[in-house]
Design a protein around this ligand. Structure first.
Ligand code: CDP
Ligand code: CDP
Length: 205
């Protein structure tokens, strides 16, 4: 039977880290849906048309190693505003969610739009300063030359665009368990997420 875990939240809140750990704990498959928008954003930066690129996207496009740059993150959030881009990506995400054996999907609109009937929903958040600090460490750790102030500005710009768009804005589903990771270690955040999924498993029976 399908069991879907929907994980949403703003940039660098810890969604990916928590999703991977939850998927490993329960033996579920994991899809980072941000990669879909990043892959479209990267191809648009290279001159492609957003809707054409989104309609032609294939899983191999998600494997490129240039998708984690700040420029691609901004481009992703710009193409993510376009309703036809979003609708081109829906089927792939819903098919993934419906697979046998369980699936974890993380993004912005999983619990609200892509999988409103998900058995477990989590909304992961943290203060913008905390998220910027974490992303800054990641990017400078990879050798990127960027300031903390720039990363904070990028994160805030993306949050604002993601939250204010007309189609599928970033918002916690009414039935999502909220986890603020600002003052949590990764292990503590993962433990809360696992407990929330276990509670959902018991509810579902
Ligand atoms: O997927 P998302 O952008 O929401 O965040 P992430 O890539 O999972 O996490 C961003 C960074 O925050 C990573 O370097 C994580 O190791 C770190 N993190 C943390 O320091 N504390 C947590 N409770 C969760 C994540
Ligand atoms: O890892 P991080 O949270 O920084 O970003 P991401 O999850 O890779 O998402 C990049 C961008 O894609 C976001 O800022 C959103 O604009 C968009 N996105 C979306 O609109 N819907 C999703 N389900 C996932 C990502």
């Amino acid at each position: 039977m399908a069991f879907t875990v929907a994980i949403d939240g703003p940039a660098a809140a810890g969604k990916g880290t928590i999703s991977k750990a939850v998927a490993a704990h329960f033996g579920f498959a994991h899809l980072d849906t941000g990669l879909l928008y990043r892959a479209v954003g990267a191809q648009v930066l290279a001159g492609g048309d957003p809707v054409t690129v989104a309609r032609a996207l294939n899983p191999a496009d998600l494997e490129h190693d240039n998708l984690r740059t700040p420029a691609v993150a901004q481009a992703a959030s710009e193409v993510a505003v376009i309703a036809d881009v979003r609708s081109a990506l829906v089927d792939f995400q819903r098919k993934f969610a419906a697979r046998d054996g369980g699936a974890v999907l993380d993004g912005r609109d999983i619990g609200t739009v892509i999988c409103p009937d998900a058995q477990a929903k989590l909304f992961i958040t943290a203060s913008a300063e905390c998220r910027a600090e974490r992303r800054y460490k990641e990017l400078t750790g990879k050798g990127l030359s960027i300031t903390l102030a720039q990363v904070l500005e990028d994160v805030k710009a993306r949050d604002a665009r993601d939250s204010s768009r007309a189609t599928a804005p970033l918002i916690a589903a009414a039935d999502a368990a909220l986890i603020d990771t600002s003052d949590l270690s990764i292990a503590a955040a993962v433990a809360r997420a696992v407990a929330a999924v276990e509670a959902a498993q018991i509810r579902v029976g």
